[in-house]
Write a protein that binds this ligand. Sequence first.
Ligand SMILES: Cc1cc2nc3c(=O)[nH]c(=O)nc-3n(C[C@H](O)[C@H](O)[C@H](O)COP(=O)(O)OP(=O)(O)OC[C@H]3O[C@@H](n4cnc5c(N)ncnc54)[C@H](O)[C@@H]3O)c2cc1C
Length: 366
Amino acid sequence: MIADVLIVGAGIIGAACADALAGRGLRVHVVDARLAAATHAGMGHLLILDDNPAELALSSRSMQLWRRWQPELDDACAWTSCGTIWIAANDAEAALARHKQATLAAAGIASEWLDAPTLARAEPALRTGLAGGLHVPSDAAVYAPRVASWLLARHPGRITFTPARVTHLNDDASVQSSAGCLQAGQVLLAAGLGSAALCPELPIFAKKGHLVITDRYPRQVRHQLVELGYMASAHQAEGDSVAVNIQPRPTGQLLIGSTRQFGREDTEVDPPLVSRLLRAAMQTLPGLAGARAIRTWAGLRPATNDGLPLIGRHPGRGRLWIAAGHEGHGVTTAPATAELIAALMTGGAPALDATPYRPQRLLSRP
Ligand SMILES: Cc1cc2nc3c(=O)[nH]c(=O)nc-3n(C[C@H](O)[C@H](O)[C@H](O)COP(=O)(O)OP(=O)(O)OC[C@H]3O[C@@H](n4cnc5c(N)ncnc54)[C@H](O)[C@@H]3O)c2cc1C
């Protein structure tokens, strides 16, 4: 019996879509080449971003859905209710934080401005002289590869899996793969950066990022600490950039990010850029100077030109659907992406307006 939907890609997006579709009673077949892709390389920070209304809508809906998953996640998913503190280094950044607070409040998301003494009490390891911080308590962190496996196992019998590399998407909802031809009622392309190789009109490109993890130490950081300059770096359109983002892991390790590089599709570690990242992190958290880094790696974020993912039906290929291009925010936004895909594919009422994410807005050859 052929599946209702064949999903290409079992990263966090493909896995979340498989779970949502199977949850609506569909038979889902997932095919994945088991490449160590973005989901395995990322930070797993679940955070609300508010640079534009579509990003805010997708991330805030996702956080609601993450809260539904949370009680069922197993320990290996490493859910941590760490919240985020957006660090304001000076008065200009404090003004940005206030603006962010107002935007979040308008969307019903609670946050709290911490003045300099309150910030120092909340996170004594931070450097002195900061203007303050915006605390968003609902943000969290997970170990995303484990969440992807957990999602794929939630509907036994309704989700099946083939480890294989897809080499071609046919127009009849079948694909050519290293395991032969696979057929379904519809195909959902959720192969992250690999989506562009299979569907060249998709404008998805790589933004390379490095992360460093320290050895285990007695806990000195309690929240995910993010520079307010982080989003400027995230949306920078060219050149190499660094913005500090420090995550306390349940193990006592600190995960330190991150960098952004354009035009690089390799995952080689770039030592000068990592040194730049670590210098910046040590300025923010001086105690890091005595910590030992035990691993450094790089991954590729699947990015689009307007910073929003492609979610919806391919406008020129009726039985092909797309869920890809989530850049540095795909772990956070996987649940609402999956909910949207499941609603659109099954004719249900989407919880969000799907228009801002429609693939046709960016397709070079619809
Ligand atoms: C350094 C870094 C830090 C990040 N930090 C965060 C963070 O803190 N919070 C957050 O929300 N997001 C973060 N991200 C972004 C997040 O990791 C990605 O947006 C997300 O993982 C994308 O998921 P995906 O399933 O679309 O793609 P991927 O995880 O890349 O998965 C794609 C899957 O498709 C498969 N595939 C590809 N081509 C083929 C093919 N031809 N045939 C079969 N299978 C194929 C691959 O094997 C892979 O399993 C970070 C990313 C990086 C690189």
